[in-house]
Design a protein around this ligand. Structure first.
Ligand code: ADP
Ligand code: MG
Length: 455
């Protein structure tokens, strides 16, 4: 129903609820489509899922030593010093967090890598790290990289709003090493390149061997899982035994029903036509979908936010964020005072309780679809590994959306309960905070030990 005729908010919300529903039947279709795309990706055929081999398996738990890890997410850049005791304990000794400025995200590759190395330099100084020693460093780089060894890989395509020139098609480790040389930092040896999903899986499975799936729900969304080497046909390893973690790049899954709000968002993005699952699920986009709906409602309903200029307040793209939606959905006060405060901060001082309830419901519609799609994707990967759900599967999840959005996790587990009833107990979601950073250190340890073990 697309109409420009006046419509009451209640009616509009029901219409939206319908439009954004992900039914169990939809989920079953998504699972089948996911499996077909996974198969194609693993065989080396064209697929919306790239299914990138990571060249690491789960750790054994006895990896040890001190490592430096870099974690470039999409919003934040973290530098960590991590210690592994060889007994399944990973401790973050120091961590510094930096926000990537827009200028560096969208400038040149040299600017971006110089910024990264500048952060490493400050980290070494702030934590009085002895520059006469040599430290193994692992780089968690959360973008689609075609990995060729544990310490080499080319960026396939930028996502999450990054456009830094001269990086696509280049080896990330070479670019990092060049930037380290430009700044004369010689106490660092880059030993591993990892995706954040792989880091998350590795970190969780270091302490918990039932973890076989790593998921990101932050600025973007992605996942990796443990695959039989014999199933990764494109690797063409003769007589393949054992397992390898595969980075799915699931944010690009495209067999989804887009609404006109999704289409509008997609068309205005820096990467139209790509990353549909990410654009419907992850933190970078949820606010914008909600904003487009809100603007639409102000045009349709003469009562909603009537004496204010809501369309003006939220005129700017990306002016409504996932963090705001968290605050709105988290408001449990009788009069929705938090929402009132939020609206006042945005120049709307006369909202009615009805306006505030409606706004909350708009957020609920958008976040519920995100959580259900996330759960559908997890279900697809688990049933790929274990169609009968015979084993226990722990899913390590890193990302602020999962960690901080009220009710997000509950909405996901609700899907498992409805889909698998009793067997839903086999699936456990755990927040793997700092997982991608800790995992990077463990991967550096695996890389260092496989180097020493080489003949
Ligand atoms: P990165 O994706 O850079 O690794 P995070 O996992 O911290 O970093 O994710 C940051 C993203 O998570 C933000 O861009 C935002 O979309 C989302 N986010 C941050 N805080 C919240 C919050 N309180 N509620 C919902 N989403 C949030
Ligand atoms: Mg991250």
């Amino acid at each position: 129903m697309v109409t420009s005729a006046p419509i009451a908010s209640e009616e509009f919300v029901s219409y939206l609820e319908n439009l954004f529903t992900i039914s169990l039947k939809d989920i079953k279709v998504i699972i089948t489509d996911f499996h077909a795309e996974m198969q194609k990706g693993l065989s080396g055929y064209e697929s919306s899922l790239k299914m990138i081999p990571s060249f690491v398996d789960r750790p054994k738990g006895d990896e040890h030593g001190s490592f430096i890890a870099l974690d470039l997410g999409g919003t934040n850049f973290r530098v960590l010093a991590v210690e592994l005791d060889g007994k399944r304990n990973a401790t973050v000794r120091a961590v510094s967090k930096f926000v990537i400025p827009k200028k560096e995200m969208r400038g040149t590759g040299v600017q971006l890598f110089d910024f990264i190395v500048g952060c490493i330099d400050s980290f070494l100084t702030e934590n009085s790290i002895d520059r006469k020693k040599l430290y193994n460093l692992s780089f968690t780089f959360s973008f689609p990289v075609e990995q060729t060894t544990i310490a080499a890989g080319k960026l396939l395509i930028w996502t999450k709003g990054f456009t830094a020139k001269g990086v696509e098609g280049k080896d990330i480790i070479i670019l990092l090493n060049e930037a380290l040389s430009r700044r004369n930092i010689s106490c660092i040896k880059v030993t591993a390149l990892a995706n954040d999903t792989v880091g998350t899986l590795v970190a969780r499975s270091y302490t918990d061997p039932t973890c076989d799936l790593g998921v990101i729900l932050g600025t973007g969304t992605n996942a990796c899982y443990r695959e039989k080497l014999s199933n990764i046909q494109k690797l063409k390893v003769a007589d393949a035994k054992g397992y390898m973690i595969v980075n799915m790049e699931w944010g690009n899954f495209n067999q989804l029903r887009l609404t006109r709000y999704d289409n509008e968002l997609d068309q205005a993005s820096v990467n139209p036509g790509a990353m549909y699952l990410e654009k419907m699920v992850s933190g970078m986009y949820l606010g914008e979908i909600t904003r487009l709906i809100l603007i639409d409602l102000t045009k349709r309903d003469p009562i909603f936010l009537k004496d204010s200029d809501a369309a003006e307040s939220f005129k700017k793209r990306n002016s409504l964020k996932a963090e705001h939606m968290s605050l709105i959905e988290g408001d449990t006060t009788t009069n929705l005072d938090e929402i009132d405060r939020f609206l006042r901060n945005n120049g709307i001082s006369n909202s009615t309780p009805h306006d505030r309830t409606t706004l909350k419901r708009l957020c609920e519609v958008v976040s519920a679809r995100a959580a259900r799609l996330g759960a559908a994707a997890i279900s697809a990967v688990i049933t790929w590994m274990d169609p009968e759900l015979k084993d226990v599967h722990t899913v390590g999840i890193d990302g602020s959306l999962f960690e901080k959005y009220p009710g997000f996790e509950a909405k996901m587990t609700d899907v498992f309960k409805k889909m698998y009833v009793e067997k839903a107990k086999k699936i456990t979601l755990v927040n793997s905070k700092d997982g991608s950073g800790k995992g990077a250190a463990i991967i550096a340890a695996i890389a260092a030990s496989s180097e020493t073990n080489q003949p």
